[in-house]
Design a protein. Structure first.
Length: 575
C-alpha cells in the first residue's frame, strides 16, 4: 500500500506494536511492548492545507505521551522514505494493559471485548470516578489523564470495555475536522507487527472521536474488482451443533436485506448444512422467482447421499457441492456464517466436515457419535476465494453459541489474516450489533456501488478494502513498473470485453483475474521502497503476457462455441 499512499491523499490512523526503550535502572533485559498510534495524512498533503515534512516522522515508542514532530532516536530506512510522502500530525503510545490487549495466548483466550454488564459497569465507573475526582482537585490535565490511564491498566481493578485514553480522544476530536473533507473516511492501518491488535473493536473505540466512516486500509496496492453488473453471492451457513443454529426469523430478515442491496439481475445462492437447512425451511424464504429488478434467491439442498467416511475421497465436500451447484459460474462475494477459534498464532474457521451428515463412522464395532468438524485456515479460505474468483468476503458471527466470545474474536483475527494474504474486500460483521441488518445492507451497497456511496458507520462492521472503493482514484498505483502496468491493463480490457456480452462470468476467468491481482500486488510490495528486482518484474510481466494470450484464445473459442447453427449456415452461404 506504500506506493498508493504516495499518490492518494488519505487521513490514516496508523496502529502497531513496538518495543519501548529499555530502562537500565529497571534491571531487566526484557523489552516492554507498547501500542503506538500515529495520525498522518498521505499523498498530496497540500490538498488538505498541510505542508510536506522535511524530516522523518518520529518514532512513537520514544515518548509515552502524545507529541508533535520531534526528531526520532532511531528509524528504519523504509520509514524514512515513507515519511517523505506523509505528514504526521500527532502520535500516542500507551501500554497494552490500558486497552486490556492481551500479549500472550493465555491472556488472549481470557480476553473479552464485551465484558458482562456488571464488570463493564464497574470498570467504566472506576475510571470515571478517578478522573472526575481528579478534575475537581488542584491536579493539572496531564496528571488527570495519567490517573485515568492508570485506572484502566491496573490488574486489580475491574476491567471495562476497551476504551481509548481521553487525552487521545480529545486530540482526535480537534484534529480530524481539519483534515477530513466532505464525504471522507478515516482509514485505520494496523501495521506490522500486529500481535493481537485485530481483537480490539477499533471502530467502536474511535466512534467517539468522529462521525465519519471508519475503514481499514488494505495492505495491497491493487484493488480486487469485478467487471460484471449482475453479481453472484454465495452465502454458506454452518453450525457445529444444534446450539449454534440461527433462528428462522433472523435468517429471513438477513437474506432479504442482502437481496435488496444487490444490483439488478443478481443471484443470492445459499448453501446451508443439514442443521441450518432445516431453519431455512422454517423461514419460508421465497426463491426462484425474481423480483422486479431481476434479483433472486436460490437455496440449495445439501447432497442427499454423502459417501461413507472411510470411502470419501480427500477432496473438500463443500467446495465440490458449491462448484457443482454453480455450474462453473464465478462467485463475486463469498459470505459465511460460522464460528472461528484461535490458538497461539493460528486461527481457524470451524465448519461441519460435510454439508450433510455422513453415514455413522465405526471404530471396530463401536459407532462414533457426534458431529464431525473441519478447521479451515486463513490460507485455505484465501485459496478457496481465488478458485471461485471471489473479490469480496464477509464473515458474520453466529447468532448464538456456547463459546460465542472466542467465535467472535476468532472471526476478527481470521478476517485480518485473509486481508493480509491477498487483495480482497474483507469484512467482519457482528450480528449482535446489527439486529435490523442495516449495517450489512449498507456494506453490500458500498462494496458493489460507486465511490459516492458511503460506507456504514456502524460499529458492527470492520471492513478492509482498497481506497478506490471509497474515493475516485485508480485501482492500482501509477508508479508500478510500466511493463507490469501495460500488461495488466490489457488483461483488464480483455475481461471487460468478455463481460460486455452480458453472460455470467466464468469461474476460470475470474480466478485468473484474482491470480493476476495477487501477482501484481506482490510485485508492488517488492518495489515499494526502491528495492524491486528487475528479473522478478520481467518474470511477472512475461506471465501476464501469457495470461493475455490465454484469455484471447479462450474468448475466441467461447464465441465460436455459442454461435448458433443458423448463424453458421448464413455465414457459409455468404462466403
Amino acid at each position: 500500500m506504500e506506493l498508493l499512499k504516495r499518490e492518494v491523499s488519505l487521513a490514516v490512523l496508523r496502529v502497531r506494536l513496538t518495543d519501548a526503550p529499555q530502562d537500565p535502572a529497571a534491571g531487566t533485559s526484557k523489552a516492554r511492548r507498547m501500542i503506538c498510534c500515529e495520525l498522518e495524512v498521505t499523498g498530496k498533503v497540500e490538498d488538505r492545507g498541510l505542508t510536506r515534512p522535511s524530516v522523518p516522522s518520529p518514532d512513537p515508542s520514544s515518548n509515552r505521551r502524545s507529541s508533535s514532530n520531534r526528531r526520532p532516536q532511531t528509524i528504519e530506512s523504509a520509514e524514512i522514505e515513507s515519511a517523505a510522502f506523509s505528514r504526521v500530525l500527532a502520535q500516542w503510545s500507551f501500554a497494552p494493559s490500558e486497552l486490556s490487549l492481551p500479549q500472550e495466548y493465555n491472556a488472549a483466550i481470557k480476553f473479552n471485548d464485551k465484558p458482562s454488564f456488571i464488570n463493564s459497569w464497574l470498570g467504566n465507573f472506576t475510571r470515571w470516578a478517578v478522573t472526575t475526582a481528579s478534575k475537581y482537585s488542584v491536579l493539572d490535565h496531564n496528571t488527570v489523564d495519567g490517573l485515568e490511564r492508570f485506572a484502566a491498566g491496573v490488574t486489580w481493578l475491574p476491567s471495562g470495555s476497551p476504551t481509548l485514553p481521553q487525552a487521545m480522544v480529545r486530540q482526535l476530536q480537534t484534529l480530524l475536522p481539519g483534515v477530513l473533507r466532505d464525504g471522507d473516511c478515516l482509514w485505520l492501518e494496523i501495521a506490522e507487527p500486529v500481535g493481537y491488535l485485530p481483537l480490539l473493536p477499533w471502530e467502536e473505540m474511535l466512534r467517539v472521536a468522529t462521525n465519519a466512516p471508519i475503514l481499514r486500509l488494505s495492505p495491497h496496492d491493487v484493488k480486487s474488482q469485478s467487471v460484471q453488473r449482475g453479481l453472484t453471492v454465495a452465502l454458506c451457513v454452518t453450525a457445529p451443533s444444534e446450539a449454534w443454529t440461527p433462528t428462522s426469523a433472523r435468517l429471513r430478515s438477513m437474506t432479504q436485506a442482502i437481496l435488496d442491496s444487490l444490483p439488478e439481475r443478481s443471484t443470492l445462492h445459499i448453501f446451508p448444512d443439514d442443521l441450518c437447512h432445516a431453519r431455512f425451511r422454517q423461514a419460508k424464504i421465497p426463491q426462484a422467482r425474481p423480483d422486479s429488478q431481476g434479483r433472486s434467491i436460490s437455496i440449495h439442498e445439501p447432497p442427499r447421499d454423502p459417501p461413507a467416511p472411510e470411502k470419501e475421497e480427500s477432496g473438500d465436500p463443500w467446495r465440490a457441492w458449491i462448484g457443482t451447484a454453480l455450474r462453473g459460474i464465478a462467485v463475486d462475494i463469498f459470505h459465511c456464517i460460522a464460528p472461528a477459534m484461535f490458538f497461539a498464532d493460528n486461527v481457524w474457521l470451524a465448519i461441519a466436515r460435510r454439508p450433510s451428515p455422513a453415514r455413522p463412522a465405526k471404530r471396530g464395532k463401536k459407532v462414533i457419535k457426534g458431529r464431525e468438524m473441519r478447521y479451515v485456515t486463513a490460507a485455505e479460505v484465501s485459496e478457496l476465494l481465488t478458485a471461485f474468483g471471489a473479490w469480496g468476503v464477509i464473515f458474520t458471527t453466529p447468532e448464538r453459541g456456547p463459546w460465542s466470545v472466542q467465535a467472535r474474536l476468532g472471526l476478527r483475527l481470521l478476517v485480518d489474516r485473509i486481508g493480509r494474504i491477498r487483495p480482497v474486500a474483507a469484512a467482519f460483521h457482528d450480528t449482535a450489533l446489527d439486529a435490523d441488518h442495516k449495517a450489512i445492507s449498507e456494506t453490500y451497497k458500498f462494496l458493489i456501488g460507486d465511490p459516492s456511496i458511503k460506507a456504514s458507520t456502524s460499529a458492527a462492521i470492520s471492513l478492509y478494502c482498497h481506497p478506490s472503493r471509497a474515493l475516485s482514484v485508480a485501482s492500482e498505483p501509477a508508479s508500478l513498473p510500466p511493463e507490469l502496468l501495460t500488461e495488466y491493463n490489457k488483461i483488464k480490457q480483455a475481461m471487460e470485453a468478455m463481460a460486455a456480452r452480458g453472460e455470467p462470468m466464468p469461474g476460470w476467468m475470474a480466478a485468473t483475474q484474482r491470480v493476476v491481482e495477487q501477482a501484481i500486488s506482490r510485485a508492488s510490495v517488492t518495489g515499494a521502497h526502491g528495492t524491486s528486482n528487475e528479473a522478478a518484474v520481467r518474470g511477472v510481466a512475461s506471465a501476464l503476457r501469457y495470461v493475455d494470450q490465454m484469455l484471447t484464445v479462450r474468448s475466441t473459442t467461447q464465441v465460436r462455441t455459442v454461435e448458433s447453427p443458423s448463424a453458421q449456415k448464413q455465414g457459409e452461404a455468404g462466403g
